[in-house]
Design a protein around this ligand. Structure first.
Ligand code: HEC
Length: 141
């Protein structure tokens, strides 16, 4: 009887492993799924110049450690990150809509060092951060 139980337990463990493996693999390579209605949200703050100094201060304390002073993804903690922090001045990031950036900052990206800032940075401040990210766009000559 005891042996039977052990075998049963082993079978259960095996089954759990088999069924959870695809989930683990899938969630690590998963593309960020940004809901359609989030993508089209627009920044309620328009006058960027007015908000930039404050935005810079928030960025410096919360984002610079990984994303770097100019958003290049080269902050002092960047080397601990896998994947590497996004380059906020790049076309890749700049081509995102304000709504997408807002969603990404609010929800973070599971399985990466980019955490959700929903609780630590209020919505108004997150919109200010997006104005700041826009100001980091690589200058085209
Ligand atoms: C602990 C390090 C860390 C901190 C702090 C951090 N990030 Fe990130 N961030 C990352 C990493 C790593 C990625 C890349 C995730 C990926 O490739 O999936 C990322 C990605 C992003 C993206 C998505 C870029 C894209 O287009 O896919 C945005 C936007 C972003 N960060 C904004 C911010 C803002 C704003 C802050 C400050 C409030 C911040 N991050 C703080 C590590 C960090």
């Amino acid at each position: 009887m005891k042996k039977e139980n052990r075998i049963r337990a082993a079978v259960i463990v095996l089954l759990v492993l088999i069924f959870s493996t695809p989930t683990i693999l899938f969630s690590q390579t998963e593309e960020r799924v940004i809901p359609e209605n989030a993508k089209s949200m627009s920044n309620p703050l328009k006058d960027s110049m007015q908000f930039l100094p404050e935005a810079k201060t928030i960025y410096k304390s919360k984002c610079t450690p990984c994303h770097g002073k100019k958003g290049k993804g080269d902050g002092p903690s960047a080397y601990t990150c896998d994947p590497k922090p996004a380059d906020h001045s790049s076309d890749f990031v700049q081509n995102r809509t304000d709504g997408e950036l807002f969603w990404l900052i609010s929800n973070g990206h599971t399985q990466t060092p980019m955490v959700s800032f929903k609780k630590t940075v209020n919505a108004n401040e997150r919109w200010k951060l997006i104005l700041y990210i826009r100001s980091l766009a690589a200058k085209k000559s």
